[in-house]
Design a binder for this molecule. Structure first.
Ligand code: SF4
Length: 223
């Protein structure tokens, strides 16, 4: 960047900070100044009251996703369920509590320190599977979220997230536990927590998959 332009930007920032100080504002929340926070906020604003697919007519809330946009770890599920549709937050029902336990009790990471999103941002009626046309319309939002956050690793929860991120059509029972990739980011597919509510035998497999993620992050962070 040319020196003159840089000096002008620094002057502008100093002027703004001085003004804020005069107004009694000593600190700015990260989301006001960090480009990752503001890019995510802008994406949400762009989505607005999205009606790109039919789910826009039946949902209560868009569930954009939540967590730390600077996290090295991102979880991607399928779609909001009833509790999520009503609250606007991802993974807050029974499956969500299980996911929270996996993150907080198993991985020893506060849930707020990871980012959690879904393939679809609106609830399919009666929690049916996402339709191909819905995924086609909505995937751009998830892809842009991932592009903004650029986590070190993504955990794909269930077949819909795994298929979107890794391609193919294999059952999750075959995919789980084997690393894939999305735009250069390692992806670990595993069972969706909702599946574990009715198939507790899958918990051990999920924990094995999660341990691989922890080992990967440990190795990355020790470099
Ligand atoms: S599911 Fe996605 S594409 Fe469809 S209305 Fe909701 S936000 Fe828009």
């Amino acid at each position: 960047m040319p020196q003159k332009r840089l000096t002008r930007i620094i002057d502008q920032v100093q002027t703004r900070l001085a003004l804020l100080k005069e107004m009694g504002i000593a600190e700015l929340p990260a989301e006001k100044v960090d480009p990752v926070y503001s890019a995510l906020r802008k994406l949400r604003e762009e989505m607005g009251d999205c009606r790109r697919c039919e789910l826009g007519k039946t949902r209560t809330c868009i569930v954009f996703g939540e967590g730390d946009p600077k996290s090295e770890l991102m979880f991607v599920g399928e779609a909001p369920g009833e509790d999520e549709d009503l609250s606007g937050k991802p993974f807050v029902g029974a499956a969500g509590r299980l996911l929270t336990d996996i993150i907080e009790l198993g991985m020893k990471i506060p849930r707020r320190k990871v980012f959690i999103g879904n393939v679809l941002k609106c609830r399919p009626p009666e929690n049916r599977d996402p339709l191909p046309e819905e995924v086609k319309e909505c995937r751009v939002f998830l892809e842009r979220q991932i592009g903004i956050i650029r986590p070190r690793v993504i955990v794909a929860l269930g077949k819909h997230a795994a298929h979107l991120l890794m391609g193919g059509n294999d059952p999750i029972s075959r995919l789980r536990g084997n690393w894939g990739e999305f735009q250069g980011i390692p992806v670990m597919p595993t069972y969706h927590p909702a599946y574990l509510l009715y198939n507790s035998s899958g918990k051990r497999e999920v924990w094995n998959d999660i341990k691989q993620v922890l080992q990967f992050l440990e190795k990355e962070n020790s470099r």
